[in-house]
Design a binder for this molecule. Structure first.
Ligand SMILES: Cc1cc2nc3c(=O)[nH]c(=O)nc-3n(C[C@H](O)[C@H](O)[C@H](O)COP(=O)(O)OP(=O)(O)OC[C@H]3O[C@@H](n4cnc5c(N)ncnc54)[C@H](O)[C@@H]3O)c2cc1C
Ligand SMILES: *[C@@H]1O[C@H](CO)[C@@H](O)[C@H](O)[C@H]1NC(C)=O
Ligand SMILES: *[C@@H]1O[C@H](CO)[C@@H](O)[C@H](O)[C@H]1NC(C)=O
Ligand SMILES: *[C@@H]1O[C@H](CO)[C@@H](O)[C@H](O)[C@H]1NC(C)=O
Ligand SMILES: *[C@@H]1O[C@H](CO)[C@@H](O)[C@H](O)[C@H]1NC(C)=O
Ligand SMILES: *[C@@H]1O[C@H](CO)[C@@H](O)[C@H](O)[C@H]1NC(C)=O
Ligand SMILES: *[C@@H]1O[C@H](CO)[C@@H](O)[C@H](O)[C@H]1NC(C)=O
Ligand SMILES: *[C@@H]1O[C@H](CO)[C@@H](O)[C@H](O)[C@H]1NC(C)=O
Ligand SMILES: *[C@@H]1O[C@H](CO)[C@@H](O)[C@H](O)[C@H]1NC(C)=O
Length: 547
């Protein structure tokens, strides 16, 4: 017995609550011999880790110029979270030794479901703080924690086309569907390649390295194809996972359906460690119309007046089935658009021009020179690779998001206010990714925020920092972000995917994030993980287990 146990009954669901986790800073941390025996049992896949920039710090015991140069070269693909006050920067404060910060102390580089079982059992027995990481792209540092053990899922790969999939436990005679099975180590780039070769599409994200069986799919991941096929969670047929007791569990509509519901929106790192996801596929698109419109204005007031014209168009562009993403940056915006089901037998270049004509005219009328480019693509992969370069990962970002419902875009007073708010200092990205099939899914069919059903847009607020951005500047970034997000608050139907500082400090954040689905999420968490083996910041039950 390492630590005292408490029972909390006031929480509703009866969690068995450890007063604290055992971290590397504590005397209860397993001895070297105990770690060595775990290492042997997992084929020596345990790695003792240090902050990646440590070799660049002259006073650090790990200082080594050659290693530093190698780390520096691949810096943007390293996605550890170390922000906190014990950071180890690559090009900042190099004359101080590094502290471990939030970088996990030991990493289990899992290669199989069995490795995951051993890691979970070990963490539970020793009451360790356990982290789960696939790509490490989580933007609120969900896959990092002080003094923790990390199970890294990059090498659990499972990619295969299943021409005739029937969920386990389905009634005899259930019709099979074409599906793609993936593991957390399979990023979208490989899946899209397989889908393209198989002449199907899957509802995936835009990041090449983002995991197809981690935070994207368990959070409310969205896709260019969501308007046609729903969110990623609406397309999951089955999960295979290891639960908090180290047991292999299948969750689908027939087996462990309560857990299945939670995994579809309740977030990663909370209910178990997923080793396999079966994604529904859909017939490929072969005649795709795409367009890019770039507008630059002399000042933000003029940009807002053009943007307003564009925002007013959203209901009709949605009805015409356009996918849109529009990045606004104070005095300019870039809009990318795709129509996967364009009308037949008409001039598509003309279709694109007509769709955005009023925006182009509004810009020209103010003496701007908008640039409009129309393209046609033979498959999804070609659109994806044209719009989303494989470069964007590893950057630190401050982010927030809000779901904005259709009626906001139908009201000319509110589009004026939105356009003004969007031209404030932060980058604001309007994503027309809801509507369509997303709005036809019943509000509580999955555990995503029910606000998705009413929404048209997921609006994301973003700013990056580099490792040399001083902490005081980061505070200002957070404050600015919070201010700008608040301008959208009156129009919001709930938080989307990302929380800002104010959201995190909001005592009602679970409600804003999951709406009235939260109660059921918490109850099921209690049933499957009463000990809080899986705990992460701002996850279901982190108000219970968080420290
Ligand atoms: C370049 C880029 C493009 C993006 N594009 C999109 C997009 O188009 N649409 C969209 O919706 N989002 C997009 N995102 C956001 C992305 O979906 C989230 O950052 C997501 O959380 C990443 O999930 P991950 O599993 O890859 O990351 P991680 O940081 O490894 O994990 C995220 C969370 O899931 C947990 N987790 C990871 N693996 C597992 C597992 N196997 N079992 C249980 N829990 C697990 C972690 O503990 C953590 O809590 C993009 C991100 C980037 C960087
Ligand atoms: C596990 O074993 C491997 C191989 O002997 C070794 O390289 C690694 O450092 C060990 N891990 C830990 C955490 O000791
Ligand atoms: C890392 O590379 C950048 C750009 O090449 C350089 O400016 C910087 O000094 C390097 N940092 C270290 C610690 O070597
Ligand atoms: C680091 O932050 C923690 C809380 O986040 C605080 O208790 C501690 O005093 C800080 N340490 C330093 C050196 O600022
Ligand atoms: C379904 O089929 C299996 C084997 O094909 C059989 O054993 C089982 O009894 C069947 N179940 C029902 C409900 O018909
Ligand atoms: C996608 O598939 C098509 C055949 O349908 C093929 O011509 C094309 O090269 C593939 N694209 C990529 C990027 O592999
Ligand atoms: C289609 O429309 C564009 C723009 O109006 C025009 O330039 C082009 O010639 C038309 N193409 C055909 C085949 O008619
Ligand atoms: C162009 O600007 C004038 C005023 O400068 C305005 O009256 C007119 O409605 C504008 N036209 C369009 C298409 O925006
Ligand atoms: C439009 O929005 C404004 C501001 O929120 C509101 O006062 C007005 O009632 C709305 N109009 C309609 C028709 O809903």
């Amino acid at each position: 017995m390492l630590l005292p146990w408490l029972f909390l009954s006031s929480l509703g669901p009866a969690f068995v609550l450890a007063s604290t986790y055992c971290t590397a800073l504590d005397a209860c941390w397993p001895s070297t011999q105990i770690w060595a025996s775990l290492n042997t049992s997992v084929d020596r896949y345990l790695i003792a880790t240090c902050p990646p920039a440590a070799p660049c710090h002259v006073l650090d015991p790990l200082f080594d110029e050659e290693t530093c140069a190698a780390v520096n070269t691949s810096w943007t693909s390293i996605t550890y979270w170390e922000n906190g006050n014990a950071s180890c920067y690559i090009n900042f404060q190099l004359d101080t030794p590094c502290k471990q910060g939030l970088v996990p102390v030991i990493v289990l580089d899992a290669h199989s479901l069995e490795d995951v079982q051993k890691g979970i059992n070990f963490a539970r027995e020793h009451q360790l703080r356990l982290q789960i990481k696939a790509s490490g792209h989580d933007f609120i540092g969900c896959a990092s924690g002080e003094g923790s053990l990390l199970i890294w899922m990059r090498h659990v790969q499972n990619l295969v086309l299943l021409p005739e999939f029937v969920a386990l436990g389905a009634l005899n005679g259930t019709k099979s569907v074409k599906a793609i099975r993936t593991g957390p180590g399979d990023g979208w780039a490989n899946i899209y390649d397989l889908a393209n070769r198989s002449d199907v599409v899957v509802v995936g994200g835009t990041g090449q390295t983002v995991s197809s069986a981690g935070g994207y799919v368990m959070g409310s991941g969205y896709s260019l194809l969501s308007r046609h096929h729903g969110l990623a969670v609406d397309n999951v047929l089955q999960f295979t996972l290891v639960d908090a007791f180290g047991k292999k569990v299948i969750a689908n509509a027939h087996r462990n359906s309560d857990l299945f519901w939670c995994l579809r929106g309740g977030g990663g790192g909370t209910f178990g460690v997923v080793t396999e996801v079966i994604h529904k596929t859909h017939p490929a698109y072969h005649n795709i119309l795409a367009a890019t419109l770039t507008v630059s204005a002399p000042n933000s007031i003029e940009l807002a007046s053009v943007l307003k014209v564009y925002l007013d168009l959203q209901p009709s562009l949605n009805d015409a089935q356009w996918w849109l993403t529009t990045a606004v940056q104070q005095t300019s915006f870039v809009l990318q658009a795709a129509l996967f089901t364009p009308p037949a037998g008409v001039n598509l270049t003309q279709v694109a021009h007509e769709a955005f004509q009023s925006v182009i005219l509004a810009a020209q009328n103010l003496s701007m020179s908008p640039v409009f480019v129309v393209q046609k693509f033979p498959n999804f992969l070609a659109v994806h690779d044209t719009f989303f370069l494989p470069s964007s990962f590893g950057s630190s970002a401050v982010l927030a998001s809000r779901l904005i419902p259709r009626h906001v875009f139908e009201n000319t007073t509110t589009t004026t206010l939105l356009a003004q708010a969007a031209t404030e200092p932060f980058a604001v990205i309007f994503n027309l990714v809801a509507g369509g099939t997303v709005s036809k899914v019943l509000p509580h069919a999955t555990s995503v925020n029910p606000g998705w059903c009413k929404a048209l847009h997921l609006v994301i607020f973003a700013s990056g920092w580099t490792s040399s951005t001083p902490l005081s500047t980061r505070d200002i970034l957070w404050q600015t972000l919070t201010l700008q997000t608040s301008l959208f608050e009156p129009f919001s139907e709930g938080l989307g995917r990302y929380l800002n500082e104010a959201d995190r400090n909001d005592p009602d954040w679970p409600l804003s994030f999951w709406g009235d689905n939260y109660k059921r999420l918490l109850e099921t968490k209690c049933k499957f993980d009463p000990l809080g083996v899986f705990e992460c910041p701002k996850c279901v039950s982190s108000e219970v287990f968080g420290s």
